[in-house]
Design a protein around this ligand. Structure first.
Ligand code: C2E
Ligand code: CA
Ligand code: CA
Ligand code: CA
Length: 275
């Protein structure tokens, strides 16, 4: 089985992920990893733009392979989405994230990335309810991060799921905000609780006046619409200061912390100022 695993990755390494056979190999590798519990959640701190206190953590999936080490989700999530495995994998992420968050001090929140495929699978609400019930985590401490792609196909089922989740008290955040082509139209139809400004805007804020103005305007607009704003990809002090001055509610990025193993979270929290 070990040799077979290495073979899968050799194929993958050759950048043949587009090839049907290679994709199937990766799919098999993912299924085996799910069975063998080779997935791990990391948690990246999100801090308040106001006082720097920790607000919560975003759960980020890692695939731990004995031979290759940690494999980035950017390499396997697209395949899991295509094959549909993301529904099962995402269910595991939800359960695991809620269970971890239950061990954190109140009122720290956990944010979980949810793919369009999961949203449209039809049982997302039931899975969220299950994860909350099994862990005992109050709904107010869970946030789901979706991208525009979730909202592309506006079906009655989508609206129903969206509204049911919000009625339950689970927050919904629109991820990668700003890079889509019509985010504003979606925001009118699907009032989310939070937007996460994509790091491509944050990246050049200090050098590019347009980017700085776009970010400031997005923050003002979001506040007018009753949403909070998280900036992602904060890597420098300068970016942090610009964002804080622009009234950004929450900050996330390597400057604050890389994603942490679950066991490191309590250590991080002990070192942080209290809000
Ligand atoms: P995302 O949701 O936009 O997550 C943020 C990504 O940016 C993470 O990459 C994070 O490690 C990285 N990041 C955080 N701060 C910085 C920074 O200051 N600079 C830079 N350059 N990068 C930063 P990661 O963990 O590799 O995840 C990549 C993407 O994979 C995520 O993007 C998300 O779309 C997807 N993903 C991760 N975990 C899950 C999951 O459980 N379910 C689903 N459906 N997708 C996931
Ligand atoms: Ca995210
Ligand atoms: Ca993002
Ligand atoms: Ca992103």
């Amino acid at each position: 089985a070990k040799d077979q695993g290495a073979g899968n990755f050799r194929i993958f390494d050759r950048m043949m992920a587009d090839h049907v056979a290679a994709r199937r190999q990766l799919d098999l590798g993912l299924r085996a990893a799910l069975r063998e519990r080779r997935f791990v959640l990391y948690f990246q701190p999100v801090i308040s733009g106001l006082d720097g206190s920790t607000i919560g953590f975003e759960a980020l999936l890692r695939w731990f392979d004995p031979e290759r080490g940690m494999i980035s989700p950017a390499d396997f999530i697209p395949v899991a989405e295509e094959t549909g495995l993301i529904v099962e994998l995402g269910g595991w992420v939800l359960e695991q994230a809620c269970r971890e968050a239950m061990g954190w001090p109140l009122p720290l929140r956990v944010s979980v990335n949810v793919s369009a495929r999961q949203f449209h699978a039809g049982d997302l609400y039931a899975r969220v309810e299950d994860a909350l019930r099994q862990s005992g985590l109050p709904p107010q401490r869970l946030e789901l991060e979706i991208t525009e792609s979730v909202l592309l196909q506006e079906t009655p089922a989508l609206r129903q799921t969206f509204e049911a989740l919000q009625a339950l008290g689970v927050a919904v955040a629109l991820d990668d905000f700003g890079i889509g082509y019509s985010s504003l139209a979606y925001l009118r139809r699907f009032p989310v609780d939070r937007v996460k400004i994509d790091r491509s805007f944050v990246k050049d804020m200090h050098a590019d006046n347009d980017d700085a103005r776009i970010v400031s305007s997005l923050i003002v607009l979001s506040h007018i619409l009753g949403m909070e704003v998280t900036a992602e990809g904060v890597e420098t002090e300068e970016q942090q200061q610009l964002l804080q001055r622009a009234g950004c509610d929450a900050l996330q990025g390597y400057l604050i912390s890389r994603p942490l193993a679950a066991a490191v979270v309590p250590i991080w929290l002990r070192r942080q100022p209290r809000g």
